[in-house]
Write a protein that binds this ligand. Structure first.
Ligand code: ASP
Ligand code: MG
Length: 445
């Protein structure tokens, strides 16, 4: 008997009809002889609607009260799904995050899971029930206050993976409104292909760089505990993408240098102009941002004149208002000349474990951008990714050009001249040779 954790996102449980379909899928999995733990998100746009209601009162609502508010969304979903499953005649129980033993630190709206106590879940499973746990929410133990917390947007993924790890589940299935993880966002790149499998490291980069299909923290958890994830559609039975540790068996002889192209438009750029060039300055600026829990992404320091430098960094646009306050204060104390802010930038990235062994990958990406006349403002790299900051208005063009360069080069020059209907031909050509591991990997699903 296998133990399967199934997580359903907001769109999968958006209305009564969809709840019924989810209930049927869960019951089918149970009746096939598996133990099933289900994690659900709030229905449809519930979380966004709740945030909007709070912001109608004030732009900066207290974070503790935001957690009290947002946690209600998932509580609605667990109860409704339990009712739908009960209608199908299967024993079921719904649990809040607290009842499900999801313990967190006390950082409201961005809490991290510190411990999972699965005894209640195990007891209910032992009694033959399907167990539904509310995603996205947890509870603190510090000081015995039992404060309700939430895990940040998309946090239900992390609840599911953390539970799967604690329960040593055989598989964590993430059901969503797309059929898997793609080589690029299929909404802007029609030739994007679904990946049969992807490694934790690559998935973590993709998720952190803008692919919204999984919360990065969930991927981190999965990697640490070796939980295999299957990202798939709740609207069909087709196999999705398996996230796991890939071996040569999976990737085959032919190495895929670049696995995917991602983009992120939730980026803002801040430049401190003319800050003194002496030890401790960067520590001061970024220390102040860290104290506000603002995540800084790219950082570049340039020296123009003696004893003075420009410091540029990028953050998420949501954090710009707070960052601006912090930075302007520090800039004044340091005697900086000016602080510039720019919300018209975006980041495009390539991700691929094969990059480590192949020189010239970054150069090929820059070339693809140069051919479109797209200017690169900032570059950052790691062993398995290269990111470029560019003008937001060019992002679609950039992603398409880079995808074409690395992931659609499977047609021979002779084929290139032929007219073909967009989409189909290239999708097939790509799936045939670009991802040679496909056949071997599908076993894991
Ligand atoms: N409902 C929460 C959100 O919208 C959590 C989730 O969907 O994973 O972010
Ligand atoms: Mg999500």
């Amino acid at each position: 008997m296998a133990l399967i954790v199934q997580k359903f996102g907001g769109s999968s449980v958006a209305n009564t009809e969809r709840l019924r379909r989810v209930a049927e899928r869960v019951v089918r999995t149970r009746r096939a002889g598996n133990q099933v733990v289900v994690v659900v998100s709030a229905q449809g746009d519930t979380t966004d609607d709740l945030i909007r209601k709070a912001k109608e009162l004030t732009p900066n609502p207290p974070r503790r009260e935001m957690d009290m508010l947002l946690a209600t969304g998932e509580q609605v979903s667990i109860a409704l799904l339990a009712i739908a499953i009960d209608c199908l005649g299967e024993p079921v129980v719904s649990l809040t995050g607290a009842q499900g033993g999801i313990y967190t630190d006390n950082v409201h709206t961005k809490a991290r899971i510190t411990r999972v106590s699965a005894d209640r879940v195990l007891r209910e499973l032992g009694a033959g029930k399907i167990v539904i746990v509310a995603g996205f929410q947890g509870i603190t133990v510090s000081g015995e206050d039992y404060e309700i917390t939430t895990l940040g947007r998309g946090g239900s993924d992390t609840t599911a993976v953390a539970l799967a790890a604690a329960l040593k589940a055989d598989m964590c299935e993430i059901y969503t409104d797309v059929t898997g993880v793609f080589t690029a966002d299929p909404r802007i790149v029609p030739n994007a292909r679904k990946l049969a499998a992807i490694s934790y490291g690559e998935m973590l980069e993709m998720a952190s760089l803008g692919a919204v299909v999984l919360q990065p923290r969930a991927v981190e958890f999965a990697a640490v505990y070796g939980v295999p994830i299957h990202v798939r559609s709740s609207f069909s039975d087709e196999p999705g993408t398996i996230v796991k540790e890939l071996t040569v068996m999976d990737t085959g002889e032919k190495e895929v240098v670049v696995t995917g192209v991602t983009h992120d438009t939730n980026v803002a750029k801040v430049v401190l102009v003319g800050v003194p060039d002496r030890p401790g300055v960067a520590a001061r600026i970024f220390g102040a941002l860290a104290a506000e829990r603002i995540n800084v992404d790219m950082i570049v320091q340039t020296t123009k004149e003696e004893k003075s430098t420009d410091l540029l960094f990028t953050i998420s646009r949501d954090d710009l208002a707070r960052a601006s306050q912090v930075v302007r204060k520090v800039a004044q104390e340091l005697g900086a000349k000016d602080v510039l802010e720019d919300q018209t930038v975006a980041k495009v990235s390539i991700v691929g474990a094969g990059m480590m062994m192949n020189p010239g990958v970054a150069a090929a990406m820059f070339e693809a951008l140069a051919e479109c006349g797209i200017n690169i403002q900032v570059i950052s790299t790691s062993e398995i990714k290269v990111s470029c900051l560019i003008d937001e208005s060019r992002v679609v063009e950039a992603v398409r050009a880079i995808h074409r360069r690395f992931l659609e080069d499977t047609l021979s020059p002779a084929d290139e001249g032929q007219t073909r209907t967009a989409g189909e031909a290239e999708v097939n050509a790509g799936a045939g040779s670009g991802n040679s591991g496909t056949g071997m990997i599908s076993r894991a699903g």
